[in-house]
Each structure stands twice: as structure tokens, then as C-alpha cells.
Design a protein around this ligand. Structure first.
Ligand code: LLP
Length: 442
């Protein structure tokens, strides 16, 4: 069981002999030393795991007989260092709004590698997108009208526009993460898309692509089939209606990952990419459509496995019903269990392959009974002061983090070839009151 859990950790995870049994190493770094040097809770990112995921996407995309590309969905985890990594790897960066655009710009991302998303983008978001992006994915007709107002063909350069279509089919995932269904708040209907293309042509807007995204964290690519078919049918209608065929087609991201040993074995990135590429290729052939450039937009499947959260056990508490391991982090750095019922696993850093002593509940320090990171996980006897490592922590943890109960956002460390570098410092108390202004209280 415990050795299966190890398979959830970054690809460079090894057990090395320590003073009291084996100790977990990632990317050649001793996790005990990292916790001492940087403190806990601590987030680690293993570059080799991120690179391997990119390589797997790329080699599977080679089966597609036209050009292809990958956009990294920065909402999974974005900071300057990760944006630099993405740019160096030739990935485009999907930024939601002006805030994420400014992180990409601070990392030196060129216009050609910034793509902007957002449902209900503000005027400020659109200004930042026009100033810095290579592509804006237009969510709705109001946004398109706004862009038409600011567009003049003297403006050079102006981002390419892609239209986000609602394909009417969602993937199988938690309802909070479904986006492709007809009543979703995201994207445009079939008829709205026809209207949007006409508007682009009337105004001479630089329209180049179609986009859809059916939801996040799915394990079965089957529902991508009917969505591709629906969007290719739309392309046939668009060709007839306006003589336009998109040069780019992006079927979004959303491929899932294993979080718990019960999720293993998990179908591979390669299976998913080949499935999508084949559907697009065959669908275009059947409709006599020119093959578009295929862009995929993964977030989680590029970074989640690379990330590990390290916590220290402050106290062990036994109630008649259960054994509690009380950690120094919880829902402020990982809201996913509380928000989606997400199921995680964990191992002690020292001597991780110990026999289990029954189920444990791993809870955070915050004033909420729902602040439980892991429910009912077989765990060995764990003593106060021990380190616990939670795998698959690289996506949608810190980006959804909070300062609840005055929590300080954890430090983030990049790991490569036996070296660690701090890429985000731990928040300090001063950060908590940085935005506050005193009031003359009468
Ligand atoms: N493209 C678009 C337009 C998206 O909205 C998303 C995710 C992605 C790509 C990337 O999806 P991924 O490959 O990372 O699954 N907070 C949730 C996930 C929300 C996903 C939001 N959009 C979670 O923690 O599971």
C-alpha cells in the first residue's frame, strides 16, 4: 500500500538511508533538510516531473498530422519562476485577467506566448490583454463588442481573437468543475458563435481560432468525442455562412491525475492526447475541413504531480472515534478537500514504508471542523514533530489559498538536480496588514 503511494509523488522520489531508517528524497534533495531550511508548511516543485509531463504531451501530439502547441493553464499554479519555466519550454501561458498577465509579463513572457482567458473580463483585463497578449479567447458577445470598439487596424500589434464555444457536453467530474454543458456560464452558444464570426468579419477583427473547454479533472476522454464533432459541425456551418475556417482549434484542458492510491492505475496523458488528436483528424477528414493547428491547454496534468506539500505534525489526538494528526497547514493552502471532497493521500517523510497502525484523519489548524485534508487514511504510528508529505499538491492549492485565521501563505521551493531554490517566500505578519489603513475611531 505505502509503496503504491510513492507512485503518486514526483518522478524523482527516492528513499535513501537516514539515521533512523529511510528518508524521502525528491530531485536529489532530502525533505527533512528542506523542512528545516525553509520551514513548514512548505510546497516543493520538482522540475523533472514538470518537464516529463510536457514531453509526454509533445510526443503524443506528434501523431497529429499538422502543427500543434501547448498552452499551460496558469490558474493551476502561476508565479514568476513557473512562468519563466513555461516560456523556456516554449509553452504559451494562459492568463486569467490582468493579474495573471502581469505575472507573465514580469517573467519576461513575449506577446506570442500569452493567451488570455476570462469569463466577464473587465475593461482593465481587456486593456492588459490588448497590451500584452498574442491571443484573447473571447467568452461572449459583450466582450467582442467591447474589443470591436477598441480595435483599429492601425493598432499594431493587436491580439488574435479566438471564440470560446459551449459544445453542450461536459466531462465527467465534480459539478463545480464542469464547463461544457449548455447552461454553463462559460462561452458562447452555437448561434452566438455564428453571430460573433459575422461581427468579426464586419469589423475586420483578427479572428483566428475556436476554443472549447468541457471541465477539469476528468479521467475518461470519451465526452471529448461528441464535443469535437459538435464544434466541427459548427465549422462546416461557419464555412458556409461566412466562408471562414479557423486556423486554430483548442479543445481546452482538464485531463485528470491520480491523487490517491485508489486512483491508480490512471490512464496516461498519451492516451488522452491521442484520443483527442484522432477525433479532430478523422472529424475534419469526414467533413472535408482543413486540419486546424491543434492547441491543448492543460494545467493540472503538467504541475500537480510535481508538487508536494510538507507539513509538520503538531499534535496527535485520539478521540473514541478516530485518530487525529494535527498539521500546521490545511484549508488555507489546500481548499480542495473542503470544496470538492477531494481525496488525498500522504506519507511520513522519515521511514515512510512502516506498517500501518489503522486509519488517521489529517486535519489543519483552522477554526472549521471542515478543515480536514485527509479522511480515514491508513497510516503508521506518527509522533508529534514528524513531517508528513502530501503528493499531487501542485495544482489549485496555493492559487486558491487564503489568509483565513491569519494564515501566512507557505514558501515555495523549486527542486532540480539536488539543488533547491526559493521561488516564493513565506508570507510574513507584515504582509497581513500591508493593505490595511488605520481609522480615527471616535
Ligand atoms: N482551460 C480553461 C479554459 C480552464 O478553465 C481550465 C481550468 C483549464 C484550461 C485547465 O484545466 P486543468 O487541465 O488544470 O484541469 N479548482 C479546480 C479546478 C478548476 C479548473 C478551472 N479551469 C480544482 O481544484 O480541481
Amino acid at each position: 500500500m505505502n509503496s503504491q503511494r510513492l507512485a503518486l509523488f514526483p518522478i524523482t522520489t527516492r528513499l535513501e538511508p537516514g539515521t533512523n531508517g529511510e528518508v524521502m528524497y525528491i530531485g536529489g534533495c532530502d525533505l527533512t533538510e528542506l523542512a528545516e531550511r525553509y520551514g513548514t508548511p512548505l510546497y516543493l516543485y520538482d522540475q523533472a516531473s514538470m518537464d516529463a509531463a510536457v514531453d509526454e504531451y509533445r510526443s503524443a501530439l506528434h501523431t497529429y498530422p499538422n502543427h500543434s502547441g501547448i498552452t499551460y493553464a496558469g490558474k493551476a499554479f502561476l508565479c514568476v519562476a513557473v512562468a519563466q519555466w513555461a516560456v523556456r519550454r516554449g509553452l504559451w501561458l494562459d492568463c486569467t485577467g490582468a493579474g495573471e498577465i502581469s505575472i507573465a509579463v514580469a517573467a519576461g513572457a513575449p506577446r506570442g506566448q500569452i493567451l488570455v482567458h476570462g469569463v466577464n473580463k473587465t475593461a482593465g483585463d481587456l486593456r492588459a490583454a490588448v497590451a500584452h497578449a498574442g491571443v484573447i479567447v473571447v467568452d461572449n458577445l459583450s466582450e467582442l463588442h467591447h474589443l470591436a470598439e477598441v480595435y483599429t487596424d492601425q493598432d499594431d500589434p493587436f491580439p488574435d481573437l479566438w471564440l470560446r464555444v459551449r459544445p453542450g457536453v461536459a466531462v465527467d467530474t465534480h459539478s463545480y468543475r464542469q464547463t461544457g454543458q449548455d447552461d454553463s456560464k462559460f462561452g458562447m452558444s452555437y448561434t452566438e458563435t455564428l453571430e460573433a464570426v459575422r461581427l468579426c468579419h464586419r469589423q475586420g477583427l483578427p479572428l483566428h481560432g475556436l476554443h472549447f473547454h468541457q471541465g477539469s479533472h476528468f479521467h475518461d476522454p470519451e465526452p471529448v468525442g461528441p464535443a469535437v464533432a459538435r464544434v466541427l459541425d459548427l465549422m462546416v456551418d461557419l464555412r458556409r455562412d461566412s466562408g471562414w475556417t479557423p486556423g486554430y482549434l483548442c479543445p481546452g484542458g482538464g485531463w485528470g491525475i491520480p491523487y490517491h492510491e485508489d486512483d491508480l492505475p490512471h490512464p496516461s496523458i498519451e492516451d488522452y492526447v491521442r484520443f483527442v488528436a484522432r477525433r479532430v483528424e478523422e472529424g475534419c477528414e469526414a467533413r472535408d475541413l482543413a486540419l486546424p493547428i491543434l492547441h491543448l491547454e492543460p494545467g493540472r496534468s503538467l504541475v500537480a504531480r510535481a508538487g508536494v506539500a510538507l507539513y509538520r505534525v503538531g499534535a496527535v489526538k485520539q478521540t473514541p472515534q478516530r485518530r487525529w494528526l494535527l498539521l500546521d497547514g490545511g484549508m488555507a493552502d489546500n481548499i480542495r478537500p473542503a470544496l470538492y471532497g477531494a481525496r488525498y493521500s500522504a506519507l511520513p517523510v522519515a521511514d515512510p514504508i512502516r506498517p500501518t497502525a489503522g486509519a488517521a484523519w489529517l486535519a489543519g489548524p483552522y477554526c472549521e471542523s471542515g478543515d480536514v485534508l485527509i479522511h480515514e487514511l491508513p497510516m503508521p504510528d506518527v509522533a508529534e514533530g514528524e513531517l508528513i508529505a502530501v503528493p499531487a499538491s501542485g495544482a489549485y492549492h496555493l492559487m486558491m489559498g487564503s489568509n483565513y485565521n491569519g494564515a501566512l501563505r507557505p514558501a515555495v521551493v523549486w527542486i532540480r538536480g539536488g539543488k533547491s531554490s526559493l521561488i516564493q517566500r513565506r508570507e510574513e505578519i507584515a504582509d497581513l496588514i500591508r493593505r490595511d489603513l488605520p481609522l480615527e475611531v471616535e
